[in-house]
Design a protein around this ligand. Structure first.
Ligand code: SF4
Length: 896
């Protein structure tokens, strides 16, 4: 790509399942700015804070630039030969089921398609699964059981057009911010629209709620089986609809329970629960919006069906402003579902029924099609552990962080005969386990399509040339396939060619009038030429060949005919269950989730330092009452333990947590923190239907961790901080910032003495600071140590230590040190106390919590006024829910 590039290119955000259109400005070979694409149906010009920092995540630093074998650089030919020969040899010795692919919702549909085709079509095993298994597999299984197909029957417009929106198991304000903004705007325009949030935590999403049901963790299934009983008792069912278009109602009703039992199970006020039920009963245009809080459960599929049951019982499905709407976490989880990226699907929404295997054999012209489901994610890594799977290719994902029990996953990979990882980042917790590393093109270099949560297919386009020797995943897969003897079936030369085959397959023997019709049909796009593919505008499926291919979409449900053999939707008899407790229950229940400004395992978002100003370290949120009873204070280090693991996190006191329940974010890995991988505490319990792990539930104990000294340090170069028992590494604009702790050893006076602590610090700093000019202050009585290590007029390293963490300079002051010009009065920089501007709330304009609180104390009453005064919330809007929280909290404390 060269100067012939247009100044602006339309592409798609690579983060969450909203799938926002992004307009990238290119200047002199660099992406200089991004903005929301005005006419993209998902975002209509908006971007959240992560999307608006996309251009800040580009660049070669940290990228995997060349193929490597056993950590040594090699060329593509050698690497591909080794991968193909390795897979072929293991298949020859142990059969096709001895190899596997583990894919990702970050892949483009074209990458997914050829990976699935190679494994299921030619190698002959269905051991292809994806990290989407961890995100929405229960939603898929729920739709398949209830509607007969993985057919999401809603669009984003339904969220704006409904009169009652139930958000359950979703903190959309942080996880799907642009959708949350669309909903907020709709509610502002129609204040009569009701929003109910069902969540054990009071999250930023609750700022929009007319009612927040703060249920016991994992009790969501009871809320919806109870709702079905209530609707029946109050005679609010749509009997004509259920009689004509559904089956199985009576059996589903048999599993329900009354209002009182439900309130007890869910541990909510019976009046509030009844209020919600009454709103549901009387509101025709109702959408239930659900996400990982429902899916990531050992009974996730049943919970999805409990929700779907209520929509079927009221006939509220397939019409404007109503339906059960599962929102995916990942940008292309839906694309993976379309091609058969899950181990229990064959391809293009077909399962392993004999006629489907036969159909695929004819379409792909192969006689070695997989004829049974393969191993799902957790089982796949168990099979690596047991030696059943001997070769795996992991593409664009980080299972050593994201799967439950990562130590076990890591140990399994260490035993595996051949581990191939294709990624765009060189150092992740997973790439360090690889024998062969293949450099993949990243966002801004890749070219193809993705499908968002409302079935809208959008183009991701290349903006820049690939870094180093990086190549698209589809290219590597095809090259390996050719070397394994399948050249004629993988002769693709572009994503457009792959897309056409994928579109053709979706319509292959897919008769819209037959009862065996498949809902995923985009055959209208099978004839796009390269030029048309290049300019493809966002378009929603289904798009059968009979439609003209230009309309945004055709309806998903015609005449309420569902995708089952008899066209009727199925009620599922759901017996709600609470999460299973360990044999010896522990006092605290863990919940996990995402923070506002990070994505997945931070491999991309941590490249934009401003995204770390909002939350820069893994933390444990707990109720102040629990803090009191355990002697844990805000910012203290907490030892978090259960039978599987022990981690260390800093405490954040949060009245939004129910007593006895704690929350930890999922993002941190061993690349950024000594104790960041919360999945260490999660066991590998999975849902029996979907195979999705119960990632949001564990039990544990809490204990104050003994710290004798805290250190806040900033450096222009990366340092090895592994000698500290607790550390967090935070990338900043000009280097790295570290939060470190030295352990207090019980009954070891000399170890804990100030002299010993200062010696430990000195020993650590010496190798990196020798030859640098020192400006230091030492208090041998308190272990307070403050030092600047300078070279010419720049500070190279700055270190501050203190017994109390809140005596250390805060983030903003530390970050500013690398901009300081060293002079005669630089020693004044050492004379700082802990109180500074505090946490950054608005990442776009770097507005701190204290500035916002001051503005509220001085009379600001709304987020709009704060925006006018400080600019916070006036760009991407991701911080508006927190501005509202701060407004409420500050006003309340001022009233007291
Ligand atoms: Fe990207 Fe944010 Fe849009 Fe999600 S909501 S697709 S993260 S810009």
């Amino acid at each position: 790509m060269s100067s012939a590039l247009p100044p602006q290119i339309q592409t798609t955000c690579p983060y969450c399942g909203v799938g926002c259109g992004v307009t990238a400005t290119i200047d002199k070979g660099r992406v200089t700015a991004v903005s929301g694409t005005q006419d993209h149906p998902a975002n209509k010009g908006r971007l959240c804070v992560k999307g608006s920092a996309l251009h800040e995540t580009l660049g070669e630093h940290g990228r995997l630039l060349h193929p490597q074998i056993n950590s040594c650089r090699t060329d593509w030919n050698t690497a591909l030969d080794v991968v193909a020969a390795g897979f072929s040899d293991i298949i020859k010795r142990h059969g096709p089921d001895s190899v596997a692919f583990y894919l990702s919702g970050q892949l483009l549909t074209e990458d997914y398609y050829v990976a699935n085709k190679l494994m299921k079509g030619f190698i002959g095993t269905a051991n292809v699964d994806t990290n989407s298994r961890l995100c929405m597999a229960s939603a898929v299984a729920g739709y398949q059981r209830g509607l007969g197909a993985d057919a999401v029957p809603c669009t984003y417009e339904d969220l704006e057009n409904c009169d009652l929106l139930i958000m359950v198991g979703s903190n959309a304000a942080w996880t799907h911010p642009v959708l949350f903004q669309r909903i907020s705007t709709a509610k502002q325009q129609r204040p009569e629209m009701k929003v109910v949030v069902i969540d054990p935590r009071r999250t930023a999403t609750c700022e929009l709620a007319d009612l927040h049901l703060r249920i016991a963790p994992g009790s969501d299934g009871f809320v919806f089986t109870g709702l079905l009983r209530f609707l029946s008792e109050k005679k609010c069912l749509n009997e004509d609809f259920t009689a004509a278009h559904t089956e199985g109602f009576a059996a589903a009703m048999d599993c329900t329970q009354d209002l009182e039992t439900t309130a007890k199970k869910a541990d909510v006020d019976i009046g509030e629960l009844e209020q919600f039920y009454r709103w549901f009963a009387r509101t025709e245009k109702t959408v239930t919006f659900y996400s990982q809080g429902i899916n990531q459960s050992a009974t996730g599929t049943d919970k999805c069906n409990a929700i779907i049951n209520c929509h079927l019982a009221t006939g509220r499905i397939g019409k404007e402003g109503m339906g059960p709407f599962s929102i995916t976490g990942q940008p292309n989880a839906m694309g993976g579902r379309e091609v058969g990226g899950l181990a229990n699907q064959l391809a293009a929404h077909m399962d392993f029924a004999e006629e489907n295997v036969d159909r695929m054999a004819r379409f792909w012209q192969s006689d070695s099609i997989a004829n049974k489901p393969g191993l799902k994610a957790v089982d796949m890594f168990n099979a690596i552990d047991s030696g059943e799977i001997k070769a795996i290719w992991i593409m664009a994902t980080n299972p050593v962080v994201s799967l439950p029990d990562p130590q076990r996953v890591r140990a399994a990979l260490k035993k595996c005969e051949l581990v191939v990882v294709s990624d765009c980042i060189e150092k992740t917790d997973t790439t360090v386990c690889a024998h062969v590393l293949l450099p993949a093109s990243g966002w801004g270099e890749k070219d193809g399509t993705v499908t968002n949560s409302e079935r809208c297919i959008s183009r991701q386009r290349a903006l820049l040339p690939a870094a180093g020797d990086a190549k698209p995943d589809w290219w590597m897969i095809c090259e390996v396939a050719k070397r394994m003897g399948f050249a004629q079936h993988f002769a693709f030369t572009s994503p457009a060619e792959i897309f056409r085959e994928h579109a053709r397959l979706s319509g292959f023997e897919n008769d819209p009038l037959s009862n065996a019709r498949r809902v995923f049909d985009i055959s209208a796009l099978a004839t796009l030429d390269d030029e048309q593919f290049e300019h493809l505008s966002p378009i929603r499926w289904p798009l059968p060949a009979s439609c003209n291919g230009n309309q945004l979409s055709t309806p998903l449900l015609n005449d309420n005919r569902f995708y089952t053999a008899n066209g009727k939707a199925r009620f599922i008899a759901v017996t709600a269950q609470m999460p299973q407790l360990p044999t010896e229950p522990l006092p605290y229940t863990l919940n996990t989730g995402r923070v506002r400004d990070q994505w997945h395992t931070m491999t991309r978002t941590a490249r934009a330092p401003r995204l770390l100003n909002h939350t820069d370290a893994p933390y444990l949120a707990l109720n102040p009452l629990d803090a009191l009873s355990t002697g844990i204070g805000d910012g203290d280090l907490v030892r978090v333990k259960n039978s599987q693991a022990e981690l260390m996190m800093t405490a954040v006191l949060d009245t939004g947590q129910r007593p006895g329940e704690v929350f930890v974010p999922i993002h941190w890995s061993a690349q950024f923190a000594a104790h960041g991988r919360v999945n260490e505490l999660i066991s590998s319990v999975t849902d029996p239907h979907s195979g999705q792990p119960e990632s949001k539930f564990a039990q544990l104990t809490l204990q104050l961790a003994p710290v004798c000294c805290w250190v806040h340090l900033i450096s222009r170069e990366e340092l090895d901080v592994s000698v500290f028992f607790y550390w967090v590494k935070i990338p900043v604009a000009k280097g790295w910032r570290y939060l470190l702790a030295i352990r207090q050893e019980p009954n070891k006076e000399s170890h804990n003495s100030a002299t010993n602590i200062l010696q430990t610090l000195n020993d650590f700093l010496l190798p990196s600071t020798s030859g640098l000019q020192r400006i230091e202050l030492t208090n041998t009585a308190t272990t307070d140590y403050r030092a600047l290590f300078c070279q010419r007029d720049q500070i190279h390293i700055a270190a501050f230590s203190a017994v109390k963490r809140n005596s250390l300079p805060d983030t903003a002051r530390m970050n500013a040190l690398l901009d300081h010009q060293v002079g005669a009065d630089s020693w004044r920089l050492l004379n700082v106390s802990g109180s500074g501007p505090g946490r950054i709330i608005c990442s776009c304009y770097q507005v701190s919590e204290s500035a916002i609180v001051n503005a509220v104390r001085n009379g600001a009453k709304t987020p709009a006024e704060l925006g006018r005064l400080l600019r916070c919330g006036s760009n991407c809007g991701s911080c508006i829910p927190e501005l509202k929280q701060l407004l409420h909290r500050t006003e309340k404390s001022t009233e007291k």
